[in-house]
Design a protein around this ligand. Structure first.
Ligand code: FAD
Length: 471
């Protein structure tokens, strides 16, 4: 039987980052994934293909906007096959690159599906159909998540999509319903809307992006209302039925004007569920939480002394960078280093246009947890750079602990919010005070100045906004 010191099951951003660090630390490691190369959901059917398509969506939208500035382009002609090829090429390039890094690091890579026989052995069904057993010293479970299915809506129809099939871009439906106003629904809705679909978003909560601060969401909603034909909040879908014309959808909610509407396609994006079934976890001492995630401690160790778990399968922020960060902690734990996964801030980005991002404590969380905070907001109407971009719709805000003046969180809505939020994450992690941020010289003219000026606002001294501090 083959033996390995460390077996990593799942080659997503959690698993491959863990495998690469393990190799860099000199540990002998085996990485197992179903695909030819690592990448997981993030690279094959998540972050990367969606961002490639969102890049195109932004280009289309901007080409229309350009009319205002005296540049008129003809209506875009969309070659969907070529667009699909571009997205597939991006995925192939990046996953192929990861495959090369596996070889360079001399990681043993097994393409197949792994299952625990017990706490020291895996059985692997390889993609070529053969079976292999692998004995391990330690294992890291990184099997990720899949789109959540609602049994009542699981129609066997090509008109029903999840995020994976939506990314395949089979066609551009005339009328698309996006069921779920979370980030995946809004991102994919933005793609299809730019490509020409008439998009309706339905969300049962009172706001899009439930969880994100309202002032940020309001800015995004204003733009999305112009792009999407309907945004139905506080509204439930109670029935989906396939008819000859399409999918007949019944809505229930306070403000529903048309309780039954027909759509060419429906994208169901109501969340993601951890992959814990079929792994043979019952043959180990790994335990599952009430919500179905694998329970782990701060070292990413499960209740089985030999098995660690990371990424979407352990819940929390189900994001690629969180998975990678946990992967590194798990590997260092295996290597015997003194580490813990205790981030002060995990950034979250919604790659719509405008982008929306936050990090650290949000205003919602402060209110829920009874934490007293002071919030300062810098409207992008006062930013030189946003004016040059004709994008003054943004907002940068800081969440500050009044007594210590420490930055506890940051929120941004506006183009490039996803790039800008990294500064907030660093500020929170380094326990920066709002003075530190205000005194840091930022390049001009950039959107990053909005971070500095929001810090200046705390003192009533923002250069471009006259708002003296009330004493
Ligand atoms: P995954 O990426 O889910 O990888 C798990 C891997 O394990 C898969 O390859 C799977 O095939 C493999 N596997 C499962 N079971 C077995 C088994 N028994 N044996 C062997 N292999 C197995 N996150 C962001 O941070 N930013 C974004 O912009 C973003 N956009 C997204 C857009 C979409 C449309 C979607 C769906 C997700 C997006 N995410 C984004 C979320 C991100 O993709 C996940 O958080 C991330 O991929 C989780 O990483 P992971 O390592 O936990 O697992």
């Amino acid at each position: 039987m083959k033996k390995t010191k460390l077996a990593i099951i799942g080659g997503g951003p959690g698993g491959y980052a863990a495998a690469f660090l393990a190799s860099d630390l000199g540990l002998e490691v085996t990485l197992i994934d179903k695909a030819k190369n690592p990448g997981g959901v993030c690279l094959y059917r998540g972050c990367i293909p969606s961002k490639a398509l969102l890049h195109i969506a932004k280009l289309i939208e901007e080409s229309k906007e350009a009319k205002k500035w005296g540049i008129t382009f003809a209506e875009p002609e969309i070659d969907i096959k070529k667009l699909r090829r571009f997205k597939d090429k991006v995925v192939a390039k990046l996953t192929g690159g990861l495959g090369m890094l596996v070889k360079q690091r001399k990681i043993s890579y097994i393409q197949g599906t792994a299952k625990f026989i017990n706490s020291t052995k895996l059985s692997i069904e390889k993609t070529d159909g053969s079976m292999e057993e692998l004995e391990f010293g330690k294992a890291i479970l990184a099997t990720g998540s899949v789109p959540t299915k609602i049994p009542a809506f699981a129609l066997d129809s090509k008109r029903i999509m999840d995020s994976t099939s939506a990314l395949e871009l089979e066609d551009i439906p005339k009328k698309l319903l996006v069921l779920g106003g979370g980030y995946i629904g809004l991102e994919m809705g933005s793609v299809y809307s730019a490509l020409g679909s008439d998009v309706t978003v339905v969300e049962m909560m009172p706001s899009l992006l439930p969880g994100a601060d309202k002032d940020l969401v309001d800015v995004l909603s204003r733009t999305l209302k112009k792009k999407f034909s309907q945004i139905l909040l506080n509204t439930k879908v109670v029935e989906l039925k396939e008819t000859a014309e399409g999918i007949a959808v019944k809505f229930e909610g306070e403000n529903v004007k048309e309780a039954e509407q027909v759509f060419d396609k429906v994208l169901i994006s109501v969340g993601r569920s951890p992959v814990t079934k079929g792994l043979g976890l019952e043959n180990t001492s790994v335990t599952i939480t009430e919500r179905g995630f694998v329970s782990v401690d701060e070292k990413c160790k499960t209740s089985d002394a030999n098995i660690f778990a990371i990424g979407d399968i352990v819940g929390g922020a189900m994001l690629a960078h969180k998975a990678s960060a946990e992967g590194k902690v798990a590997v260092e734990s295996v290597a015997g280093h003194k580490v813990a996964f205790e981030p002060a801030a995990i950034p979250a980005v919604v790659f719509t246009d405008p982008e929306l991002a936050w990090t650290g404590l949000t205003e919602n969380e402060a209110a829920e947890q009874g934490i007293k905070v002071e919030v300062v907001r810098f409207p992008w109407a006062a930013s030189g750079r946003s004016t040059t971009l004709d994008r003054t719709d943004g907002l940068t805000k800081l969440i500050i602990e009044p007594k210590t003046e420490r930055v506890l969180g940051m929120g941004i809505v506006g183009p490039s919010a996803g790039e800008l939020i990294a500064e907030g994450t660093l500020a929170v992690e380094m326990a920066a005070t709002v003075k530190d941020v205000a005194l840091t010289i930022h390049p001009h003219p950039t959107l990053s100045e909005t971070v500095m000026e929001s810090a200046e606002m705390f003192f009533g001294q923002s250069t471009h906004i006259y708002k003296p501090k009330k004493i």
